[in-house]
Design a protein around this ligand. Structure first.
Ligand SMILES: *[C@@H]1O[C@H](CO)[C@@H](O)[C@H](O)[C@H]1NC(C)=O
Ligand SMILES: *[C@@H]1O[C@H](CO)[C@@H](O)[C@H](O)[C@H]1NC(C)=O
Ligand SMILES: *[C@@H]1O[C@H](CO)[C@@H](O)[C@H](O)[C@H]1NC(C)=O
Length: 389
């Protein structure tokens, strides 16, 4: 298999004078604000325990300065959602909180054209086998429960130890904002919902079947265009380390998917024992798919990888053909979530196993993760990190 060592860029471009901040969630029960204005050093601005015992996911509503935090509530009967106000000095204070079904692990926000001034939040609950929705006042960061969908299975799936029940593992909204997709690792399907344009409620429609999904993304992210003929849906499958690509077609009221690609996150090689793919994103250049591979030690003990796939032809036009490009260092152990900051050309990686956050250059030339700029050790496993730029 092809592996790449970290590339050194000849010149570092000028450091932005703007505040550059990150928020990291930790299973030690902490949400940490980190300052990166220095560009070489990540320093702690503040920490809060307001997101419960096991913060698993962070989502920033940047224009309103509100950070939404999910508490997976590991070993607890319920999880929580907490909204936190982010202050200029980096402190976070609680705005709202609701108890949820167990195991919330990912959220997405969307709007309903018929409802102005409010937004909607949908959450995937892994251990609680549920999807929930909330109506949000985005300015105040306050929210109310709207819907709970709870799923059951008649019998376990093929990987009985992980598929004993439905496990909604992620949630993404399509580029038109009209549909929400929930990969369900336990039930081997992607649940598909239509966003009711006048109520904001989710309406289940025909799912995508025969998959073992984990998390997913749409590409290219081109903003709202309900008639776009150039939308693809990419799904990473944790149990098989497979990436699947689908061509998306819209009708007046529906969405359909045609599979155009399936391949391993290790290319032609077999997956290292115990490895499991985690997060997926489209590169800022819109031509690569980036997947984090956990626990593969590709670059040495406790040094895991990113898999990179080409998803556009050299002219930059989106092509149906996806191809595996190789593996790049993920800077440590068990890269679960990562966030690319396109304008800053940087990637932040939540290293669950290393219990740290790494910021590295995003190498625009190769369209891949590049040199490490800083690493910050934190308490506990780090499932999620987001930029506040
Ligand atoms: C950035 O932080 C490092 C480590 O704390 C320090 O040595 C360096 O002087 C700082 N640079 C600037 C420009 O503040
Ligand atoms: C909390 O968990 C219990 C047990 O699973 C469940 O019945 C209840 O609906 C949950 N509460 C909320 C607010 O989801
Ligand atoms: C939406 O997509 C259509 C068809 O591809 C294209 O003609 C149109 O310019 C797009 N509109 C926007 C706002 O991107």
């Amino acid at each position: 298999m092809k592996t790449f060592s970290i590339l050194f860029t000849a010149s570092l471009f000028g450091n932005a004078a703007l505040a550059t901040r990150l928020y990291a969630a930790s299973y030690a029960g902490l949400v940490t604000s980190l300052d990166f204005s220095n560009s070489t050093d990540l320093s702690t601005l503040s920490q809060t325990t307001e997101c419960g015992s096991s913060p698993s996911w962070l989502m920033l509503d940047s224009p309103n300065g509100v950070l939404y935090c999910l508490d997976e509530g590991i070993d607890a009967p319920n999880g929580t959602i907490t909204s936190l106000k982010s202050h200029p000095d980096g402190t976070l204070t609680k705005l709202g909180r609701l108890k949820t079904p167990a195991g919330p692990v990912m959220s997405a926000m969307y709007s309903a054209p018929g409802i102005s001034g409010r937004k909607f939040l949908a959450v995937a609950h892994y251990s609680g086998s549920s999807v929930t929705t909330y109506s949000v006042d985005p300015v105040l960061g306050l929210f109310e429960h709207e819907q709970t969908f709870t799923y059951q299975m008649a019998s376990p799936g093929p990987v009985a130890s992980r598929q004993e029940a439905p496990h909604p593992h992620g949630i993404v909204v399509d580029p038109t904002g009209r549909f929400a997709l929930v990969p369900d690792l336990g039930a081997d399907i992607v649940r598909v919902f239509r966003v009711n344009p006048s109520t904001g409620l989710l309406e289940p429609i025909e799912p995508l079947v025969d998959l073992d999904p984990d998390t997913a993304c749409f590409g290219p992210p081109r903003g709202s265009n309900s008639t776009s003929s150039d939308v693809y849906f990419y799904l990473v499958q944790e149990l098989s380390n497979e990436l699947s690509g689908f061509r998306v077609t819209y009708s007046s009221n529906g969405i359909s998917f045609r599979k155009v690609y399936e391949g391993s996150t290790y290319g032609e090689e077999s997956s290292p024992a115990g490895s499991k793919a985690a997060e997926i994103a489209i590169s800022p250049e819109n031509n690569h798919i980036v997947v984090s591979n956990r626990l593969d030690s590709t670059f040495g003990p406790k040094k895991d990888s990113f898999a990179l796939f080409l998803c556009a032809d050299p002219s930059g036009k989106k092509a149906e053909k996806v191809s595996f490009l190789g593996l790049y260092p993920a800077y440590g152990s068990s890269p679960r979530h990562f966030s690319i900051a396109p304008t800053q050309a940087m990637v932040a990686v939540a290293l669950e196993g290393s219990q740290s956050v790494v910021v590295a250059r995003w190498d625009k030339h190769s369209g891949a993760p590049g040199t490490v700029l800083a690493e910050k050790k934190l308490d506990g496993e780090i499932p999620s990190v987001v930029w506040d730029l």
